[in-house]
Design a protein around this ligand. Sequence first.
Ligand code: PLP
Length: 609
Amino acid sequence: MNNYGIDIWGDDNFIIDGALVKVNHGCKPALLSIVKGIREQGKRGPLLLRFPHLIKKQIERIFQNFQRAKEELNYQGDFQAVFPLKVNQFPNFIDALTEAGSEYNYGLEAGSKAELLIAMSHIKGNAPITVNGFKDKEMVELGFMSALMGQDITLTIEGINELETIIEVANEQPNSTPYIGLRIKLHSLGVGVWAKSGGINSKFGLTSTELIKAIELLKKSNLIEKFTMIHFHIGSQITDIGYLKKAIREAGNIYADLIKLGAINLNTINLGGGLAVEYAQNSENTKVKYSLTEYANDIIFMLDSISKSKKVKAPNILIESGRYVAASHAVLIAPVFELVSEGYLESDLSLKDKNPPLIEELHELYKFIDSKNALEYLHDALDHLNSLLTLFDLGYIDLIDRSNSEVLGHLIIKKSIVLLQSQNYKELLHIQNMIQEKYLVNFSMFQSMPDFWGLNQHFPIMPLSKLDIKPSRSATLWDITCDSDGEIAYDTNNPLFLHSIDLKNEEYFLAFFLVGAYQEVLGMNHNLFSHPTEVTITIDKERYFMENIIESPSIVDILDNLNYDTPQIEKMLQDKIVSSTMIAENLKDKTVTALKIFLGENGYLKTVK
Ligand SMILES: *Cc1c(COP(=O)(O)O)cnc(C)c1O
């Protein structure tokens, strides 16, 4: 059996029970039952399921781990955390997050005016708000407004100019100055695809010379008491904690020295985000080399020892991890629409009375291949197949011969896979690569997994059913966009096997896990496929509930968003129907109605026959 690496990426959030994958919570509903329940309400196309209990689980984990680490070392600083809104700003996610986080005073981080307005409106109690990213005067003024509302807000400046803007606004409206943070430029490099986030050439932050200048400016303008935080962020998905430790050492020393330079209220180090998520589906591809326990222990231990040796107060710690909190809560589920290369059956052969000699030989190989000669016969067959294709190009054999060659070639490969099953695994993977099945899946990669397209980020994939049957088809997935990049190709280093299915008589759904971080808002409407229908699933001991259903935007809405005049479009279509001489008069009304129904539905395919 194949467990699709659920023990590696699954974090006990999902379990395989018999043929089905189930949510490991409360009454443990099968994902398939949830999907069927939603489709009974007439929803078609891909579905995005949100599980609020998984958001809560991650938040609790973070706070509990730091609490434990603090107690173990009797650490004197506080621990705080905020959620960076850029990771997922969708309201049904944010509402669940702020609710789950309220008992921990979990805050929000904003990087733009729009995000800051979400933070200001959604923050609960006196949970912290941090503001990063470039700011103009208007955005600084928004920060002052938040402070006037009594919110615990820190504006982190990215450059001296921003500090000058804050000083200007503070002069205009004294008494409502928010806390001020300084983003520091570390000489320690960032890591991975996001290396640009850290390092001396990074886009953000102040050099040590600028830091000293900033302290002078703050003192001169009587704002030094508002300066409470230094901040760095070395990149997302930090898989090796060594980089973070280097950054903490550097930041810890900067913290202590800034206090000595007169930053009397500096009390917090904001370590940014970066806690990594394991996306691997097989043990050879795992990436994350540390646990949350280790992460918390290392941070507390290092800041404790630096502050002790430099004789300053232990800093409060604030983290901004987003991916770690959001990734697991969302699962994309999409139906398979078609198998593209099913076929090449014995019945497809149309052998002639007299065939070219190489085809006769292929036929013999097919008849006599057995477990002893399988590898040798297979190699011969592949050679023959290549030669036959060349003969076709040169005009020596015809299309019927070519078809027979391809069918025989595939039949031999399929047979040898069965014969070689128990033998050389590597060779088998290679062969399977040659006869993959293409599963056409009713979703858009560009909309729902843009990081696969843009960054080659793997997401765990598994079917919702048949998990008690060994999957035998090496699978390539195609999405329904007209773009050849919309493909998850079969990869021998990370093979995906799926089941043989008969789509005329059964449905087959694929689930894509860990898509809750970054994917939704980065997703693009390529080919005008829009955000899938989303449903929040809450689960208790007896049953589960489908809440906050937001249907995928209709075609009219999508066109409206592109600034088409949609009433005009409807009218144009209607006029064309009315004036057409090809449509019978008594059918015109019906045709207009049918078009209107199309415009009101989403653009995904309908897979139910
Ligand atoms: C993107 C970002 C984060 C979140 O990073 P994750 O890898 O999702 O944890 C935190 N802080 C800042 C400043 C960021 O830009």
